[in-house]
Design a protein around this ligand. Sequence first.
Ligand code: CA
Length: 202
Amino acid sequence: MGVTVGRFAFLVMTAATLAVSTRTAADAGFDVVPSAFNPARVDVQIKAAWTPGIGVPDRTADSHDDQGLVLSISDTVAYPPGASAVAEVTPGEGHTLRHLAFDHKIGTHCSGGSPRWVVETTDGGVYAFGCSAGVREIDLPGSGWERVTFSCSDVQVLAGVDGSCPLGSVQTLSALKIVHDEAGSTTLDNLDVDFVVTGKGR
Ligand SMILES: [Ca+2]
């Protein structure tokens, strides 16, 4: 009898946990906050900013949005200490993840390593999705741009279980951001997290 009660209690707890962990970014809405990461104050120039006049206009509901996200660094700084231009999704913790994409301005930096989505999960997983790894749709959403959509076939597991992938997983996020840390400049727009799109600063 004691075992039966214990199992019932466990099931109730599991259901409650799932109810919380299946909350998505779409429920929450989110901002994308740029910043410079340079813990050792290495002598490099870093820019991380939503910048007027260089984005894809009119994809979001705000017809006045012409901002694009510029992430640039004048030199590559080996890790550690590393240095990077960062765009953090906030709130980035507490929900699960099923879809990641962004629009990339063709001709600006895009390699297998940078810029990249970095996904951290509460179970200690750290995952990267590098710009050039995603599926590219040229001239979407406009001429000179490409939409880059990521799937589990693009994932790099930096920490955690080999073969795991946070997209479509029950893993709960602890952080979600775009990191650019290779010398050069990239321009992105319309960051897509679970089909919720952010194309400008606050
Ligand atoms: Ca925009």
